[in-house]
Design a protein around this ligand. Structure first.
Ligand code: MN
Ligand code: MN
Length: 466
């Protein structure tokens, strides 16, 4: 065997996915990406994501589990948790005790939430105080167009939905940074402090209410506008969940249109690809479940986060309505279940080569990334997947011609991250992190490769169908 053939046989392949696709496949990739871009533009918050996916599930014959008495193989069901998190399942033919094939992603993304008392006036300008959510580089969020999304619940429990800044003729909002002419002091700050948390105040108005009274006239005018439009008063912000997110649209990136730039791809890219995969499977052998969790970006805590027992509640209900439940059965099910923790990873960014260890990074366009473990320097806090389980996943991917890469994220000690992997691994499941590589993760405009997005959807489908 010559050295070229020997190399091909023995070396770990690192394949640029675009070099492997046929013209038809390329068209599939572009069509899939167009739908994904539309989804990103409609579903910018966890609530909007939940609503949109519930709509898709209903259209595809999925039924809310609460409406069913008995569930049998082939049944398509879902459960919506407090408007912010969703579980969907297709019941398989195999005995449920033998475990499920689960793909778990999250639908919350870093953003700016309003504080409980957000509205104030200073020098005849009205502003909102925000409290950022998730790990952001705060300086990236100034002087970009922001839109306002969420709900305000009045004291009679009426829920008012808000969405301003997405339509062409809507106004937008922004946080005004300091001009360079007066920035000599600001420029000496470390990046973390160039803009502080308390500087993330959103400009929302400047016309005074028409009165001679000594009141905060601009604030009064804004409240009057909000009162006329939504029937709310300042006190109603106490029972509101308002999120400000980038208002710019997700778009194709590059002359070759090979990439997607868009807000919230962490982790809606894995949410979208996994739900698409679930929609397309026939009656599976193993029950297939798609988890779309909330609150991952702040530690998966709370009743809509992965740490809550709501998922157990859903699984117990499946057991009750199929074979009948019994003590300890859910533990057996979890112990026999397999989970892809479907979350994005940081892709190599040529602008910052020094933070990467080139042999162990993900590259966009090179397919779905498998991360055996996440965590930081000591692997602290990581769910370290078993070699046997990785062997099983590889087998599925290789059998189905999935282009995959395996990586860490950055040099040892440079930083780190986490996912929902450990939470489900702690319940006894076999778990590995497996998702789309993203450049500029957690920024207002994250970047993915269209090849990877489509490839990930195919990988998830292959996992469900195995
Ligand atoms: Mn994520
Ligand atoms: Mn994240």
């Amino acid at each position: 065997m010559n050295s070229k053939d020997l190399k091909e046989k023995l070396f770990r392949p690192s394949t640029n996915g675009w070099e492997t696709v046929s013209p038809e496949e390329k068209q599939n990739i572009l069509d899939f990406s167009n739908d994904y871009i539309k989804f990103l533009n409609t579903a910018k918050t966890e609530r909007e994501c939940t609503k949109e996916i519930e709509k898709i599930l209903n259209n595809q014959g999925f039924k809310n589990i609460n409406t069913l008495q008995n569930i049998k193989a082939g049944e398509k069901i879902y459960y919506v948790n407090r408007h912010k998190n969703i579980y969907a399942a297709v019941i398989g033919t195999d005995n449920l005790e033998n475990g499920f094939n689960i793909i778990g992603s999250h639908i919350d993304s870093p953003r700016l939430d309003l504080k409980p008392n957000p509205l104030y006036e200073e020098t005849e300008l009205a502003l909102f105080k925000t409290h950022y959510y998730g790990g952001i580089k705060k300086y990236q969020w100034v002087n970009i167009p922001l839109s306002m999304h969420g709900v305000i619940v009045k004291s009679d429990e009426e829920v008012v939905e808000v969405n301003i800044g997405e339509n062409e003729d809507d106004p937008i909002f922004t946080i005004a940074d300091l001009l360079p002419h007066l920035s000599s002091k600001q420029n000496k700050n470390t990046a973390e402090n160039v803009i502080s948390g308390e500087d993330l105040n959103i400009l929302i108005g400047s016309i005074p209410f028409n009165t001679n009274e000594e009141v905060e006239k601009v604030k009064l005018n804004i409240l009057n506008i909000l009162n006329k439009k939504y029937g709310i008063t300042e006190r109603d912000f106490v029972s509101a969940e308002i999120e400000f997110v980038p208002s710019f649209k997700s778009k194709s990136l590059g002359f070759d249109q090979s990439m997607i730039a868009g807000y919230g791809q962490d982790d809606r890219v894995c949410a979208y690809t996994s739900i698409k995969a679930l929609l397309e499977i026939e009656i599976p052998k193993k029950t297939a479940i798609c988890i779309l969790a909330d609150k991952e970006e702040i530690g998966s805590v709370g009743n809509t986060g992965m740490c809550s027992r709501t998922f157990e509640c859903f699984v117990n209900e499946i057991l009750e309505k199929t074979t009948g439940n019994q003590a300890g059965l859910i533990d057996k099910v979890f112990n026999n279940s397999k989970l892809l923790s479907a979350d994005v990873t940081g892709a190599y960014n040529p602008n910052f080569s020094s933070v990467y260890e080139k042999n162990n990074e993900s590259y966009i366009g090179h397919g779905i990334s498998i991360l055996k473990y996440t965590g930081s320097a000591s692997k602290g806090g990581a769910s370290d997947a078993n070699a046997e389980f990785l062997g099983y996943i590889r087998k599925i991917f290789e059998k189905n011609n999935i282009t995959y890469q395996n990586s860490e994220m950055g040099k040892i000690g440079i930083g780190g991250g986490g996912t929902i992997a450990y939470i489900l691994a702690n319940k006894g499941m076999d778990v590995v992190d497996c998702g789309v590589p993203v450049i500029s993760m957690h920024s207002p405009y994250e970047i993915t490769s269209k090849f990877d997005v489509y490839n990930t959807y195919k990988a998830y489908k292959a996992f469900y169908e195995d």
